[in-house]
Design a protein around this ligand. Structure first.
Ligand SMILES: Cc1cc2nc3c(=O)[nH]c(=O)nc-3n(C[C@H](O)[C@H](O)[C@H](O)COP(=O)(O)O)c2cc1C
Length: 349
């Protein structure tokens, strides 16, 4: 049925269509629905405590016996200097004053940590079929321990150099993440890299550069996009934005409205929300922050979150990609089924 079945065989799935992990948006119900419909459901676990991770793994085990993917971040925690903190507080002051919210003028405490032992222990106790990472990979020993338990390992590359780096470290497949993508850019080799590599350019060059299967991500939201990805050499696709408003998704109050308004031009890549470049709904605040040196990820949340909480519509940090307008509707399983049917039609299969 599919022109390339390498990913189906590797990950134990019927359709090489991955619902992207989206921390704060995906739920066990959503992930299970996609896996039960024959795709690969992925849960964004980066911000979950080990206790909540174990709880969600239990819920997933009760809702599907198919392959699922659990996803984590591998950022390197950084600090912020007092001078940088003071400059940021001054830059943020007018926005907080306009929103009538108290400035977070104390120095930030460390917030969520990258993938670590407590999370690894949860995974080793109940190994999922697939574990994926954003912002690189954890240390080699963790990757080896997961592989020894039979987990397949995926990670995102935003450049050919990152794809080669991942392939050299033994990942089973690489997600080529184009500039169109919603959410955080997975970049990790050069944090200041502003290269804007679109998927049509990135995908075939990554396919040529590595021997493992390549999964296309970024701007794919209908059958035509899936067909195009396969034509460019992808062995599968990873789709985020087209699932954000699925019935089972965790609803942030402002999120569905922002995504519903999404056009090709309605997003910007910004560091203002978290400190790392991420594609989000364009707001006046995001425009104003373009000239401000953000705090390192994830410390920037300390400066942005109270503002976002105080005044959603003007300052929202709503992550989605450039193809929101193409997204299907319905629950997550229906969306997966519709995407597969549309892909088959577009590929004449
Ligand atoms: C709301 C949102 C949250 C995301 N969170 C994560 C995440 O936690 N981990 C991850 O690996 N990728 C995350 N991504 C990126 C996706 O994995 C994927 O690269 C992207 O959604 C593909 O582009 P598309 O949104 O145009 O489909 C997120 C994307 C969105 C839209």
């Amino acid at each position: 049925m599919w022109p390339d079945t390498r990913l189906c065989e590797l990950l134990g799935i019927e359709h090489p269509v991955i619902q992207a992990p989206m921390a704060g948006t995906t739920t066990p119900a959503m992930v299970a629905a996609v896996s039960n419909a024959g795709g690969l459901g992925s849960h964004g676990c980066a911000t979950l405590s080990p206790e909540k991770l174990a709880e969600d793994m239990e819920a997933l085990a009760g809702a599907t016996n198919r392959s699922v993917n659990l996803n984590f971040f591998c950022h390197e925690p950084q600090e912020i200097s007092e001078d940088h903190h003071a400059a940021l507080i001054e830059a943020m002051r007018p926005h907080y004053e306009a929103a009538g919210a108290p400035l977070p003028d104390e120095m930030p405490a460390p917030s969520f940590q990258p993938f670590r032992q407590a999370q690894l222990d949860c995974l080793l106790a109940r190994p999922p079929a697939v574990v994926s990472f954003h912002f690189g990979l954890p240390e080699d020993a963790a990757v080896r321990a997961l592989k020894d338990k039979g987990c397949k390992i995926l990670s995102s590359a935003t450049t050919v150099a990152e794809a080669r780096w991942l392939a050299e470290r033994g990942v089973d497949a690489i997600i080529a993440q184009g500039w169109e993508s919603g959410g955080h850019r997975g970049l990790f080799l050069e944090l200041e890299n502003d290269a804007q590599v679109g998927l049509f350019s990135l995908l075939p060059q990554v396919v040529d550069a590595v021997d493992v299967p390549v999964i296309a991500a970024g701007g794919i939201a209908d059958g035509r996009g899936i067909a195009a990805a396969f034509a460019l050499g992808a062995a599968g696709v990873q789709i985020g934005t087209a699932f954000i408003t699925a019935d089972e998704a965790h609803r942030k109050p402002h999120h569905p409205e922002a995504v519903g308004l999404g056009t090709d031009e309605s997003t910007r890549v910004t560091r203002a929300g978290s400190g790392r470049p991420a594609r989000a709904h364009r707001t006046p605040w995001i425009d104003a922050m373009a000239q401000v040196d953000a705090a390192p990820f994830p410390l920037m949340y300390h400066y942005s979150r109270p503002l976002l909480a105080a005044d959603g519509p003007a300052h929202q940090f709503s992550l989605y990609g450039q193809s929101a307008a193409l997204a299907p509707s319905g629950n997550a399983g229906e969306r997966l089924t519709a995407l597969v049917a549309a892909a088959m039609a577009a590929m004449g299969r």
